[in-house]
Design a protein around this ligand. Structure first.
Ligand SMILES: O=C(CO)[C@H](O)[C@H](O)COP(=O)(O)O
Length: 236
């Protein structure tokens, strides 16, 4: 029997691509993680079936670069196409106001670069990510990308803000996770986050923090695949 969560990821992604891609979509941002794999699969199917004229797919990680290439889609960089029509990306948790925690896959810097330069961002996720407030469902903390030479100082500053920081360690390598940008990741637990925007602003000014996994006010909508096989969506 197919895994419920995998089926939910697939349904959400297929519906997002079916509703949000049309003949005028030219430049697409591709997020990272296990859910976006289904979005790329469906996008490639539609490009083939409908001869859609997609000009460029911009990756947010090594993983999404490979996905684009494997599906025969046109790979390009943000510097070539700094104005993206729409980005599809997963999330670790999404609240009622479409704020999200991202970075479970340690790709939040490049993901935010794509999303910040996209006319639209749609989140694709399964039912486990649906939340009324950030920190309710996702208990691993806010992923924060940090300059390696400053991680101890950054962790001290996070503690001053009431967070519990942990340096993310690799599982198939001795030592810490190193991002696609050569940075470390600190996961900081702030409990339930009442005001994610204000927390993000406090974190962004700490020297040594390159980017946070708080994505506030950026999403245009979310598609959640549910346990019963339906898809639930919320839009701005
Ligand atoms: O932010 C991310 C990577 O940095 C992912 O989008 C997020 O972790 C969700 O991943 P998945 O679709 O595997 O649940």
């Amino acid at each position: 029997m197919a895994d419920l969560a995998e089926l939910a990821k697939q349904k959400a992604s297929f519906q997002a691509i079916d509703q949000q891609i049309n003949a005028s979509t030219k430049i697409i941002g591709i997020g990272s993680g296990s859910t976006v794999v289904y979005a790329v699969q469906r996008l490639a199917e539609r490009v083939k079936q409908e001869s859609l004229d997609i000009k460029a797919c911009i990756p947010s990680s090594f993983q999404s670069q490979q996905l684009i290439v494997q599906h025969g889609l046109p790979l390009a960089t943000l510097n070539q196409y700094p104005k993206i029509d729409v980005t599809f990306d997963g999330a670790d948790e999404v609240d009622d106001g479409l704020n999200a925690i991202k970075g479970g896959g340690a790709c939040q810097l490049q993901e935010k670069l794509l999303i910040a330069n996209s006319a639209k961002w749609f989140i694709v996720a399964d039912y486990r990510k649906d939340s009324s407030a950030l920190g309710q469902q996702w208990k691993k903390g806010v992923p924060i990308e940090v300059v390696p030479s400053a991680y101890v100082a950054v962790m001290d500053r996070i503690k001053e803000l009431g967070g519990k920081p942990v340096l993310r360690m690799a599982t198939a390598k001795a030592g810490p996770v190193v991002t696609d940008n050569g940075m470390f990741v600190v996961d900081a637990d702030f409990g339930e986050i009442k005001d994610p925007k204000s927390l993000d602003l406090k974190l962004q000014v700490i020297p040594g923090i390159v980017e946070t996994g708080l994505f506030c006010g950026l999403s245009d909508g979310v598609y959640f695949g549910m346990q019963d096989g339906t898809v639930k969506s919320r839009f701005k």
